[in-house]
Ligand binder design. Structure first.
Ligand code: ZN
Length: 452
């Protein structure tokens, strides 16, 4: 089975794509003007923010971005489109030939382009006495369309891919939380040779259902020895079936022409200078590559929290062992939702120090686990920051050294002899102080004794 998707998402700009009308109006036909209603003589002007968001997406998807782009008019007649054409991009999308790495698989991105949304038609009244109401608030709202190659192989994968893409874009340009329900997708699916297109699927759940239905329908036809006709269908959400779409709803010949009112845009340089922040999946991939851990483990860390991923990087760069990874996953990731709420800089340091002490062998795993649990429960860390009390700590260091005079002579040949003392002090104070600070005091004291 081969599945390709055309994903339409609304860009989170405050104004529309070609005029300054608001994108967040609530009353019907509240945010409209001559431009988004297509009155004669009105002139569209491109929203720079929308263009930048589009370029950001194209860049994130590793697309080739042309130096110059322009817009086209896609002509069709429908009441939701008062000017009888939609401004979109046809010959010159903002990005082509990209790719998206997803669960270790590469999905090719054929193109990314910008276009305006038409208005919204609402049908009310009883069958036979229906009225159509039109709301033009949506007319001119900026959309990005992302077209994939037929590289997806199951309905579930198509859903997960779209969900991951949305998560990335949410991080990148701040698209809304509702997008998993409001994303509009056209899907191509071929079980055998012939391709069937299902248009206008709303939301991720319907996407998976529509594709599953198509898979079963096409498989049954094949088993019955029938040929699958190439056709366009639509998904009926209520009956949970796909149905043949009436031809006139999806007229193919739109007669694209250049949009003369907008001109051309030099986007190559803008795109080149644009910096892409590291998105969640980019970070997953980097953690896996840089630290040699599995993709699924990296994903678990990053998707639990960026702060946990920071902690992981701090720890793992010092102790690159599978044990470090399991402390992060078993003790921290598992408790992260409660932990995150009370996390302070001190607490973070104590956690790092404690796991570090376990990994370097200066305290036992059992002791370390107990200390971690008490840190996680917040027993030792009720808000206030702990100033290191040098005198108090040095007193304990001295008593340990007095009890173990061999450490001083061991230290002359092996500096790691100090770890025992550091571990004991950490244990005594239940990880209240950072191990770096404690280590400094321990080494000071040992060297003071050696120089006597
Ligand atoms: Zn307007």
């Amino acid at each position: 089975m081969k599945i390709g998707l055309e994903i339409h998402l609304q860009l989170p700009t405050t104004s529309k794509l070609f005029c300054s009308c608001s994108t967040s109006a609530t009353e019907p036909n509240e945010a409209i003007c001559p431009t988004c209603l297509g009155f004669p003589g009105s002139r569209p002007r491109l929203n720079r923010k929308a263009l930048e968001m589009g370029l950001m997406i194209a860049k994130r998807l590793e697309c080739r971005i042309p130096d110059v782009i322009w817009f086209s008019r896609k002509t069709y007649f429908y009441p939701d489109l008062p000017k009888n054409f939609q401004i979109t991009q046809y010959e010159s999308p903002i990005g082509v030939d990209g790719k998206f790495l997803f669960d270790g698989k590469t999905i090719r991105i054929l193109r990314v382009h910008l276009e305006e949304d038409p208005g919204k038609i609402k049908r009310v009244g009883r069958v036979g006495e229906e009225l159509s109401l039109i709301d033009y608030n949506r007319s001119g709202v900026p959309l990005v369309e992302i077209v994939t190659a037929p590289d997806l192989s199951t309905p579930k994968e198509a859903r997960d891919f779209t969900s991951s893409l949305i998560t990335e874009l949410r991080y990148l340009i701040g698209i809304s939380d509702k997008d998993e329900q409001t994303v509009r997708v056209d899907a191509n699916i071929s079980v055998a040779e012939e391709r069937v297109e299902v248009k206008n699927i709303l939301g991720l759940r319907n996407l998976e259902r529509a594709l599953e239905f198509e898979f079963v329908r096409q498989s049954k036809m094949l088993r019955a020895g029938k040929k699958i006709p190439r056709e366009t269908r639509r998904y009926d959400e209520e009956r949970k079936v796909t149905l043949p779409a009436r031809e006139k709803e999806f007229e193919e010949d739109y007669g694209y022409i250049l949009e003369p009112d907008l001109g051309v845009f030099n986007v190559g340089e803008i795109a080149e200078l644009m910096a892409i922040p590291e998105t969640p999946l980019m970070r997953v991939e980097r953690l896996s590559r840089e630290y040699g851990i599995g993709l699924s483990e990296a994903k678990k860390i990053v998707f639990t929290s960026y702060a946990l991923a920071d902690l992981f990087e701090d720890l793992y760069s010092k102790y690159p062992t599978s044990k470090a990874l399991s402390w992060i996953l078993d003790q921290l990731a598992a408790n992260w939702s409660t932990l995150e709420k009370k996390m302070t800089e001190d607490m973070r340091n104590s956690i790092l120090t404690t796991i570090g002490s376990i990994l370097s062998g200066s305290i036992s795993e059992n002791e370390g686990r107990k200390m971690l649990v008490s840190i996680i429960k917040g027993e030792e860390f009720v808000g206030a920051s702990q100033e290191l009390n040098n005198q108090e700590v040095t007193k304990i260091i001295c008593s340990i050294l007095n009890g173990h005079p061999e450490i001083i002579s061991d230290y002359k040949t092996n500096k790691r002899a100090a770890n025992f003392v550091i571990g004991q002090v950490m244990k005594f104070f239940k990880g209240r102080y950072s191990s770096d600070e404690v280590a400094k005091l321990v080494i000071n004291e040992i060297e003071r004794r050696l120089s006597r």
